[in-house]
Design a protein. Structure first.
Length: 356
């Protein structure tokens, strides 16, 4: 890891650009104003004063319609992810591209799920992150294919993600199940990310820690689903990713020694999931989203810490990416809660952006 004058030379330009981008993130004060806003229109007015103005103008400005808000938020995320790749030092650009690949594959996974439901591109367009290899135009074109297999084959043509998508295609051929295809894509991608983490440890260990949290989130959500379905650990261990903060042996111990989901997640000491357990118990459909939010909150806090204390580092670049993703996630929850009439208490339970 570089330090002193070496870090200043290597990360000086990137640091200045990220600092400028960070200054345009929604502040804690503004986020609380947004949380307490009386309606979606008031929130749009607040966002119009900051980094979202140009994106909102593209889809209707202050008169933007409900579903078009998601288009504007996705556009903003795509724009900022693209900037991060451009401003990263050349030597680390391969790392940020690999990490940014999750937004490319996110679009592919949404398309797979939509195709299985026989839904059109228009039904998912608002959620597409218009960035990279699988931007809005690529997704729309691929979804013209009649089948999931045809669509995946189209996505694979001359693609840097060909091997990852091939695993998804093979899984789908076996089971004809979109969840299996998505799980195979996730496993392959995060396996690739394991190699990236090794490189990150050399460049910036704090950055590696954040990515490993992302891996933990995938593993824990997968274990929770398996525990709820009563599946043996030996039947699901092959789908776990070994590059997280929580080792596979620890995950096996957690899984085998717990009688239910609540006692299992209580053993994930790196994450404060007590609140998530309480919400899970109270929810009618026993939703898993609270667990994802609990882990995202840990990623949020670590990202804030890195941005505050590690300016001249790759960690600051990566932390911004996660902060921006969480900001978009939080804004979507708050705005949609206003549109669909959720109570403030219900909305707060779904929000990642937790500040003391």
């Amino acid at each position: 890891m570089l330090s002193g004058s070496g870090a200043a030379r290597h990360y000086g330009y990137s640091s200045a650009r990220v600092k400028a981008m960070e200054s345009r993130l929604v502040s804690n004060k503004t986020m609380h104003e947004i949380m307490n806003a009386k309606d979606a229109g008031t929130i749009i007015s607040i966002l119009f004063q900051g980094d979202y103005k140009k994106d909102l103008e593209e889809f209707g400005g202050l008169s933007i319609k409900g579903e078009l808000i998601d288009f504007a938020l996705s556009k903003n995320l795509a724009k900022n992810v693209s900037k991060l790749v451009q401003i990263s030092p050349t030597t680390e650009r391969v790392l940020i591209r690999a990490i940014a690949g999750k937004w490319n594959l996110y679009n592919v996974k949404i398309a797979i799920e939509a195709k299985e439901r026989k839904s059109s591109y228009d039904s998912i367009a608002r959620y597409i992150i218009d960035y990279g290899r699988y931007d809005a135009a690529a997704i729309k074109e691929a979804m013209r294919e009649d089948t999931i297999e045809g669509m995946l084959n189209k996505f694979m043509i001359n693609s840097p993600y060909k091997d990852i998508l091939k695993d998804g295609l093979e899984a789908y051929k076996k089971s004809k199940s979109s969840p299996d295809a998505v799980a195979a894509i996730d496993k392959s991608y995060y396996k690739l990310l394991g190699d990236v983490i090794i490189g990150l440890r050399v460049v910036d260990n704090s950055a590696a820690r954040i990515v490993k949290m992302d891996v933990d989130m995938k593993n824990l959500i997968y274990l929770i689903k398996a525990k709820r379905a009563g599946i043996k650990f030996s039947d699901i261990s092959g789908n776990l990713i070994s590059s997280g903060n929580i080792s596979i042996s620890e995950l096996e111990q957690m899984y085998g020694s717990s009688k239910d989901i609540e006692s299992m997640v209580a053993q994930a000491k790196l994450y404060d999931l007590k609140g998530a357990v309480d919400i899970y118990k109270e929810s009618k459909g026993r939703q898993l989203l609270p667990f994802e939010i609990g882990i995202r909150n840990s990623i949020f806090k670590n990202s804030v810490s890195i941005l505050n204390h590690s300016i001249l580092s790759f960690g600051a670049i990566l932390a911004y990416a996660y902060m921006k993703e969480i900001e978009i996630f939080t804004l979507r929850v708050i705005i949609n809660s206003k549109i669909y009439g959720l109570s403030k208490e219900e909305a707060n339970r779904l929000i990642v952006w937790k500040t003391e």
